[in-house]
Design a protein. Structure first.
Length: 394
């Protein structure tokens, strides 16, 4: 069975070693006259990238104001600060310089500026976005894929609630990508980013819609490419060719291309959001800690798909008489890959300690919103299922 689909990917991508030279022209082409320059910590400044961006805006005759300080798992408090700044300065374009956290924070600000109520209404299900300031991205961390996605994930400081909103309104007008800007990423961040990229495709590949052969082939090639490239760049951080593979894969993994004819599941993402919100862990590492347990929990009903993953992605030899063993070998193979690149395969490894029963109950309560919602699509998970997976992953 193939699911009907509507593929929409409007973001202009400017990719390569000289990509930053186009920033001023791009902002002007998309109507920016008063720009919010939004970024995270000091790395963009120390690398000289912010200096290049400022120079580009100046040469294009574009005014700007700045707001830094975005943290991993971007916070609602920073979003509100950005909304206030944009309104004061009459900002008409937001330029995100950084990774997924900065881009998501920019999207949330973009939603909030034209909205008369509290921007959290969108994540709390009280309102649906009707407008968004235009956004451009200068990508420095390939991982989240937010530069080409319709997704925006924000953490509310009050209660540590991490939630997502999807709308085509927030899709970036353009994304500037220079793989050389990723040379200095720490190994852990590189590995976590590769894990997140792969998971964005795996969350679509593991679907009850299994007949779109072409989409499967694209997904499998993407997964193999990122797996192999990650191993190379961890040994050779300035390998442009393999850094480029990872950077481009990050965009393709989350612009819905690998969802054409399938249906995204994203149960592991939803389970992980509560981990990173509660404990402040790196998102990609949290995904690695949870996915093997999710896979083992649901694989019995979807053996053919797990066998296909094991053989076509992880290179496992197909034992045609024992599909259960082939499927399990595929899960063990990706666990081995995670360990090779320094990612955890359990919550204990992720946190460096045992997780308590009370903490698991907190995760379940937040993920299920007090038992009122389910997550997942290939297998729909209720609160009891969530608890079982957290317990398996502990």
């Amino acid at each position: 069975m193939i699911k009907d689909f509507n593929f929409y990917a409007p973001t202009r991508v400017v990719f390569g070693g000289q990509a930053e030279d186009k920033i001023g022209q791009l902002v002007a082409n998309y109507g920016g006259t008063r720009v919010l320059l939004h970024y995270g910590g000091g790395s963009a400044e120390r690398s000289g990238l912010l200096g290049v961006v400022r120079q580009q805006l100046t040469q294009a005759g574009i005014a700007w104001c700045e707001l830094g300080g975005v943290v991993p798992n971007p916070l609602l408090s920073k979003v509100r600060e950005g909304i206030d700044l944009c309104r004061r300065e009459r900002v008409d374009f937001i330029l995100a310089v950084g990774g997924g956290s900065v881009i998501d924070s920019s999207k949330a600000i973009g939603y909030g500026v034209p909205y008369p109520g509290d921007v959290w209404d969108f994540w709390d299900g009280k309102a649906v976005p009707q407008a968004c300031l235009p956004i451009g991205a200068v990508l420095t961390i390939p991982a989240a894929g937010s530069e080409m996605s319709s997704s925006c994930v924000i953490t509310n400081d009050d209660g540590l609630l991490k939630r997502g909103v999807n709308s085509d309104l927030c899709r970036c007008r353009f994304a500037v990508m220079n793989p050389a800007r990723t040379y200095t990423l720490p190994p852990y961040q590189t590995a976590a980013g590769a894990t997140d990229i792969m998971m964005h495709t795996m969350e679509r590949y593991f679907s009850k819609y299994e007949d779109m052969t072409l989409t499967d082939a694209i997904s499998e090639a993407l997964l193999r490419t990122v797996r192999d490239a990650a191993m190379v760049v961890l040994e050779h951080p300035e390998d442009y060719r393999h850094r480029a593979q990872i950077m481009w894969a990050g965009s393709l993994a989350h612009n819905d291309l690998t969802e054409c004819g399938t249906e995204k599941d994203f149960a592991t993402h939803r389970l992980e959001h509560e981990l990173s919100a509660l404990f402040g862990v790196t998102h990609g590492a949290g995904l690695a800690a949870l996915w093997p347990s999710w896979a083992r929990y649901v694989k019995a009903k979807h053996l053919a798909r797990f066998v296909q993953f094991a053989v076509n992605v992880m290179g496992v030899t197909n034992d045609f008489t024992h599909p259960e063993e082939t499927a399990e070998a595929g899960i063990r193979a990706i666990e081995s890959f995670y360990r090779q690149i320094g990612m955890p395969t359990s919550i204990h490894e992720l946190l460096g300690r045992d997780i308590t029963d009370d903490e698991i109950e907190t995760l379940v309560d937040k993920c299920s919103r007090g038992g009122t919602i389910t997550v997942g699509a290939m297998e729909v998970l209720n609160a009891a299922d969530m608890r079982a997976i957290y317990q398996m992953a502990r």
